[in-house]
Every structure is written in C-alpha cells, then in structure tokens.
Design a protein around this ligand. Structure first.
Ligand code: PMP
Length: 461
C-alpha cells in the first residue's frame, strides 16, 4: 500500500480513519458516516484542513497551544534533545539535565513554597499521582484514615480511572465502573444554571459551605484533600462568584484539608497570571499541570508540590511513577515553551492588553438575543445560550441541542468553538492578536445569528 500523506484525497483519509482509528469522546459509527475533518497543518492561531480551509482555532487545540502553532524553536530543541539523549528514566537514582532544568524553572514560576515537581505524561496521570500522594502524605503523618478526596460535580480532572473518578462528569461515571471508592462530590459554583433566585454572591458562599458540610458528614479525620479547577474548563468555563474561593480556602485551612488546584487549563497564562491560583487568590498544597506547560507540543504533565508535602513524601519510598515521567524530550520542549512565554511577555500581554480587549468584545455578545451571561477570565470564556435571558431558562429541547447547532455553525464559518451543553466556550492561543480577536467575534456573531434562525425554523425558540 502507498504511503498515507496529506496529499491523499480527503475522502480516502476519512475512510482509512474510520476503518482503523478509534476517536476519544466520540460515537465512532456516527463519525465514520460523516467523516472526520482532517487537519493538515497550523500556524499561529490558524489551522488548515485537507480541503484548504483556514480555520481560526478558538480552543487552542484542547486548551493547550498557549504559544500558538508552528514555533520552530520547539522543533529544534526537540531534535537536538533526541540526538543527545532521546530517553532515560528517573526511577533508579538517575536524573538528567532537561528534568532538572524544567523542575527548577517550574519551582521558580510557581507561587509560594510550591518548589517540587513530580512529572507525569498528562494531566490525568498527574491527578492519579495526586490521589496516591495525598493519601501517602497522611499515612506518613500518622493519620492513615485521612483518605477521602472531595471534588465537585461537573469538574473535569482527566479520563483515567483515578482522575475520571475525581471528575464529576456523570456521563463518564456511567461507563466502566467509576468512581472508584473514596471520592466524594459536592456541588459546583455554577450560578447561571443552578443559582435559582439567590444572588451570585450568596450562591457562591453556599456552594463553598457544602465543603464544610461534607467534611463534617464524612468526619474531619477521614478527609485528605479537596481538588478543584480555579475556573472550571471542560464543565463550561464556569467562573465562580467572588465569594466562593475565599470561603473554600478558609475551610481547607480550618480543617487541615490539603488543597489541590487543578491548573491543567488555568496554568501557564490562561487566566492572565502564570497560575489560576494567583487569579483566584488561593494557596494550594499541590497544583496539577499539563497542557500549557509544553503548549501541547509534547505530552507532559506533573504535580507541583509544597515543601511540606514533598518533605513528608521524601521520607518514604513513594512506589509510583511513569515510564515517561520527566521525559527528556518533553522536558526540553516544555522548558523552551516557558522561555518563550516569559521572554515574549505573553502572560503580561494577556493580562494587560489582549485579555481586556477580548473581554470588552466578548461581554458585548450578551446583547445577542440568544446569549444570556457572557463570562471571561483572561483567555478562557463562555456564553450561555438561552431562549429567555430574564429567567435564565434552558431550552425545551434536550440540553446540548442548541449548543451543538451553534458549534456546527461556528465550524461552517471556519471558527472552532466548543459547546458544553448549551454553553459555548473558547480558549484561544494566548498569542491571538487584536485583529484575530475581531475575526473571532465577527464569526461568533454570524454563527449565533445562524443558530437563532435554525432554532426558530425548528420551532425550538
Ligand atoms: N484536568 C483538567 C482541568 C483538564 O482540563 C484536563 C484535560 N482537559 C485534565 C485534567 C486531563 O488532562 P489530560 O487530558 O492531559 O490527561
């Protein structure tokens, strides 16, 4: 058989894809019938597909390509590292320069005394590490009964058995025997969908206090940690009311519960600071990192751990690790990515220039008849679609019907926006320019109007 290349007709690539490639989070037969869109190359914020369409990637891949596509420096670093030392492990009393240098750099960037890094290959793996690390910590502290980890419904922490159990996605829990024991979920601070008649502030406080109620119910001596994303991503870019995080921090402090901030999306500039924990002003004991750490150019993740937790873990043999923990090529590429983020002042740019610019345009989308709230922090944003803004009503049709139509209309207008139910979300590369933001907003408005037409035609409004 001849080589499979970008030059083959799209239909042939789609047929081969359907025949052999199983897609994550996808109904395979439906996709096979439709044919997957084939992405062939990318530069900056722009994707090119096999039909030659230029698509604005409003999601930075899966929230990860923070420095944008096509930075040759990363390719060059990868090639150099592969020639010098393509692989070695860090299990058996060995180390190497890329892992040392990357850990040192992360410690420098991370807030407080988060000075220690345990590497993984992904966010899911890092959260699995966290489950075992916090339980081991309490075991070593002479409190082996502190094992329960509290998390939130509609959180996303990964797709492995451990991380998927930490997550609060009911559709995921329904398949394959999740959640594992020892995980307890409380409500999310999603005022738009669940706040009823309460003010956002009161609702935020109430949802935070569910943590205190859960600790009392489970027993203070049983709870090891609380895990949450500073701003929920895959749950729909849910920005918590301002009252939420201070109360969570108070409760974690009061009951000696370790706080794990899942920074897989929020980390490395997404919220306009290096970490989302800085944006929402919390002091985590552990941060989960991945995605923007390497801008997605290499698979790498990790747990950034406080001096206190790391020193306790260091007292025992932690029987845990991955073949690719601290992979030299991934580490070297991540380090180069951090150099670019820092030297080109990309995080400052998001905080001071492009973030505020996008915020103005994004919040103005709330004037569209289909849009209820428009929320944004840095370069992650969402809009809630609704048939009635005043009552925040959901659509009569199944949740996600309107969102799916809007997603398809975005795609047809060469814009990648994602839908979570009937919420539309974006998370563009941090290097998006003001002109590109204008294009994004223009296409989003067109897609919203086409969605409105389509909903009216179908009698769903
Ligand atoms: N945590 C969060 C907050 C995430 O958004 C994700 C991925 N979307 C993960 C963990 C899992 O990361 P990975 O897909 O790299 O395993």
């Amino acid at each position: 058989m001849s080589a499979i290349t970008n030059h083959m007709p799209t239909s042939e690539l789609q047929a081969l894809d359907a025949a052999h490639h199983m897609h994550p989070f996808t109904q395979g037969s439906g996709l096979a019938a439709k044919g997957a869109r084939v992405i062939t190359r990318a530069k900056g914020v722009w994707l090119t597909d096999s039909e030659g369409n230029e698509i604005l990637d409003g999601m930075a891949g899966l929230w990860c390509v923070n420095i944008g596509y096509g930075r040759d420096e990363l390719a060059e670093v990868a090639a150099r590292q592969m020639k010098e030392l393509p692989y070695y492990n860090t299990f058996f009393q060995t180390t190497h320069v890329p892992a040392i240098a990357l850990a040192q750099k992360i410690a420098e960037l991370a807030p407080g005394d988060l000075n220690n890094v345990f590497f993984a290959g992904s966010g899911s793996e890092a959260n699995d590490t966290n489950i075992r690390m916090v339980r081991t910590y309490w075991e070593e502290k002479g409190k082996p009964e502190k094992t329960v980890i509290i998390s939130r419904w509609n959180a996303y922490h990964g797709s492995s058995m451990g991380s998927g159990s930490l997550g609060g996605m009911v559709g995921m829990h329904a398949q394959g025997g999740m959640p594992i024991p020892g995980i307890h979920h409380i409500g999310q601070p999603n005022w738009w969908a669940e706040g009823g008649d309460m003010s956002p502030e009161d609702f935020g406080l109430m949802r935070a206090q569910e943590l205190e109620a859960a600790i009392k119910e489970l027993g203070e001596n049983k709870v090891a940690a609380f895990i949450a994303e500073p701003i929920q991503g895959a749950g729909g870019v849910i920005v918590p009311p301002a009252t939420y995080w201070p109360e969570i921090q108070r409760i974690c402090d009061k009951y000696e519960i370790l706080l794990i901030a899942d920074e897989v999306i929020c980390g490395f500039g997404r919220t306009g600071n290096w970490f989302g924990s800085q944006t929402v002003d919390i002091r985590p004991d552990i941060m989960t990192i991945a995605k923007g750490l390497s801008s997605g150019y290499q698979p790498i993740g990790g747990s950034v751990v406080s001096d206190e937790v790391a020193s306790v873990i260091a007292g025992t043999e932690f029987n845990h690790g991955y073949t690719y923990s601290g992979h030299p090529v991934a580490s070297a590429v991540a380090l180069e990515n951090l150099r670019i983020l820092e030297e080109e002042k990309i995080v400052d740019q998001v905080r001071d220039v492009t973030g505020p610019y996008l915020k103005g345009k994004w919040e103005a989308l709330a004037d569209h008849p289909l849009v209820g709230e428009a929320k944004i922090v840095g370069m992650m944003a969402s809009i809630a679609l609704t048939p009635d803004k005043a009552s925040r009503a959901p659509f009569a049709a199944d949740a996600g019907t309107a969102g799916f139509i809007c997603r398809e209309r975005c795609f047809a207008n060469n814009l990648v926006m994602r839908h979570v139910g009937d919420r539309m979300i974006i998370s563009p590369p941090l290097v998006i320019s003001e002109t590109e933001i204008d294009t994004l907003i223009e296409r989003a408005r067109t897609a919203l109007s086409e969605t409105l037409d389509s909903l009216e035609e179908k009698g769903l409004m």
